[in-house]
Design a protein. Structure first.
Length: 57
């Protein structure tokens, strides 16, 4: 799925790697891959997560 960071700053933990993200960042997360977002700032951290239905291309 695809994650678009709207506001705030954070860290994406993905498959043993870490990535710093902020407004305008886009992160692709492959199916069934463990991941986590962490808010690094004192404000709101928001993102939009787009998950296509199985079979969509």
């Amino acid at each position: 799925h695809i994650n678009y960071i709207v506001s705030g700053t954070g860290t994406l933990y993905l498959d043993g790697q870490t990535y710093e993200v902020g407004p305008g960042s886009v992160a692709y997360v492959p199916d069934n891959l463990e991941h986590q977002f962490k808010n690094n700032g004192g404000g709101v951290f928001s993102f939009i997560c787009i998950v296509p239905e199985a079979g969509d291309k």
